[in-house]
Design a protein around this ligand. Structure first.
Ligand code: GLC
Ligand code: CA
Length: 568
């Protein structure tokens, strides 16, 4: 008897223990087994620049909280907030001095909780940004680490004796300019930093580092964070022998000899670390997004893990480098990403990348082009991550004088490298001074286009970029073909108009994008794809057409979008 019941207890207990892991994988939101993040639309928010609640010129968590209703109205399901942890702000928060607190400049732990609750009330999840590669040099781990070579934390970072008289251990350069090695005269050793000297690289080969970092993610999952965007994952590991990188011809924008980062970038061990973070994420049904810089599809594919033990959402950052704006360029890339068999994650810009609005603007059709780009990447199969302000057509506002530059890489690389201030300017809420972001002095200046491109004005204009985004996101959240359908390219030889179907169980949505500055006339024969009716029911478009559209001839003015449902 006793034995039996104890067996039962053990059985129940083990079932109970297995439960969190099971729920992580077993809450599909549709018949395809998709997880919540596959139906979600994400948006990156740069907290310094979103909304300033106390008018010190810097955005904050209370500011973000006050905009949750706006985000819901827009159709955003989750926000990735760039680091708001305590930081000396050398790299504007990407130099973290405490992973388990909020920087007073952004608010308090209570403010975080309030923001998280207000997000939840509006069905908006909070994704935090986890800087995995390095800490700030003011983090207590590094202060300990640099106090003596025998301190237990010494092995938490990458320290190395000089090679000869004060010579760095090898030829590795920092991606932010200069040697990747910083001399510490007290210890007579160098430490390694892939980014700024104030951002020493953690030693991920040390199991204690791993455990501490895993725990930092648990800290936030327990407080309601639904996932992380993992910063700079490519550079987590270095060759233990510190082999010199092969040099390449030419100098970069900082005047350093170009090199192939063979021994300190994308080492195979990276995936193991990500899989470890994923195991923890699965305990909380959380999602991991990666800042994954890849050169080709197989590198991108690798980040998901051969058995999907890696990141659920490695960003396709190759997508941000595509140019020029052309049907052929985007068609070719999407075919390759979609064809990889994984769940694509499309991104057009972020706090490190010039805004898409400015990248593609031709000076004549700027707003129309912004709608074409949205019409494309918000209708593709996969999860999109928007960048704040993209939905109102915010442009890059690059500094014109070196003395105005805030981003250190802009100061270092001027004028070739102007830094990233241009894509980080305050969100444009209305046409009052500083675009309603602050009544103080904003940390970065607002471009003059805020007078026309702001939330309040665009809400009132049915043809605004903002209303196009809002309508498109509403459609995307409700249309089964856009949620779950396959991607099927059509009219593949057209070099001006990019068209495809999203097809799901006998239903299909046709997306037609004139990516040229010349009027186009297109026709579709979709009988082969199973849709022979010859007509589409218009769902959303920027052309003047009726409720239905004959597929035998669609006239498209320059840079226009047509989205319609086709039937059998
Ligand atoms: C990532 C961040 C970037 C930061 C760098 C170093 O690339 O997106 O803003 O400067 O990592 O943390
Ligand atoms: Ca503030």
């Amino acid at each position: 008897m006793r034995r039996k019941s104890s067996c039962l207890v053990i059985l129940l207990l083990s079932l109970f223990l297995a439960l969190p892991a099971m729920t992580a994988q077993s809450k599909p939101v549709d018949a395809e087994g998709h997880q919540w993040w596959q139906h979600a639309v994400f948006q990156e928010i740069y907290p310094r620049s979103y909304m300033d609640s106390n008018n010190d010129g810097i955005g904050d968590l209370n500011g973000i909280a006050s905009k949750m209703e706006y985000l819901k109205w827009l159709g955003v399901d989750a926000i990735w907030i760039a680091p708001a942890f305590p930081s000396p702000q050398v790299d504007f928060g990407y130099d973290v001095s405490d992973y388990e607190a909020i920087d007073p400049m952004y608010g308090t732990m209570d403010d975080f909780t309030k923001m998280e609750k207000r997000g939840k009330a509006n069905n908006i999840g909070i994704v935090f940004d986890f800087v995995v590669n390095h800490t700030s040099d003011k983090h207590k781990w590094f202060l300990e680490s640099s106090s003596s070579t025998t301190n237990p934390y010494h092995e938490w970072y990458i320290w190395k004796d000089p090679k000869g008289a004060n010579k760095p251990p090898n030829n590795w350069t920092s991606t932010f300019g200069g040697s990747a090695w910083q001399w510490n005269p007290k210890l007579n050793q160098f430490y390694y930093h892939y980014f700024y000297p104030q951002q020493p690289d953690l030693n991920w080969r040390n199991p204690k580092v791993k455990a501490a970092m895993f725990d930092a993610t648990r800290f936030w999952y327990k407080r309601g964070v639904v996932g992380f965007r993992l910063d700079a994952v490519d550079t987590l590991y270095e060759d233990p022998n510190l082999t010199d990188n092969p040099t390449l011809p030419g100098k970069n924008e900082y005047g350093d000899q170009e090199q192939e980062r063979k021994y300190n970038d994308k080492l195979p061990e990276v995936l193991q670390a990500l899989a470890g973070l994923r195991t923890v994420a699965d305990e909380y049904s959380a999602v991991l997004i990666g800042e994954t810089w890849t050169d080709n599809i197989s590198e991108l594919k690798a980040y998901y893990g051969a058995h999907h033990e890696g990141l659920q959402m490695p960003m396709d950052l190759m997508f941000t480098q595509l140019k020029p704006l052309s049907a052929a360029v985007f068609r070719k890339h999407v075919e390759a990403v979609d064809g990889s068999g994984e769940w694509p994650v499309y991104v057009m810009s972020n706090h490190d990348i010039k805004r898409a609005y400015s990248r593609f603007a031709d000076g004549k059709h700027d707003d129309d082009i912004a709608k074409v780009m949205a019409g494309m990447y918000l209708t593709l199969r996969g999860t999109p991550i928007m960048y704040y302000g993209e939905e109102i057509g915010m442009k890059n506002n690059d500094p014109t004088r070196k003395e105005d530059v805030k981003d250190p890489i802009g100061q270092l690389g001027w004028p070739e490298q102007k830094g990233r201030d241009g894509e980080r300017t305050p969100m444009q809420w209305n046409d009052t001074p500083n675009a309603g972001f602050t009544t103080g002095i904003p940390w970065l200046p607002v471009p003059m286009t805020y007078q026309t491109h702001n939330v309040e004005a665009e809400k009132k204009d049915p043809n605004s970029i903002l209303n196009f985004y809002k309508n498109l996101l509403a459609l995307r959240h409700t249309n089964p073909a856009l949620l779950d359908g396959d991607y099927v390219a059509v009219n593949q030889n057209d070099s001006n108009v990019y068209s495809y179907l999203r097809r799901y169980k006998g239903q299909a949505v046709l997306v037609v994008l004139n990516m040229s500055g010349i009027p186009q006339n297109v026709s579709f024969d979709l009988a082969k794809q199973g849709f022979s009716n010859g007509e589409a029911k218009t769902l959303l478009s920027t052309i003047n057409g009726g409720e239905t559209q004959k597929l035998s001839g669609i006239s498209l003015p320059p840079y226009t979008v047509y989205i319609g449902e086709v039937t059998k």
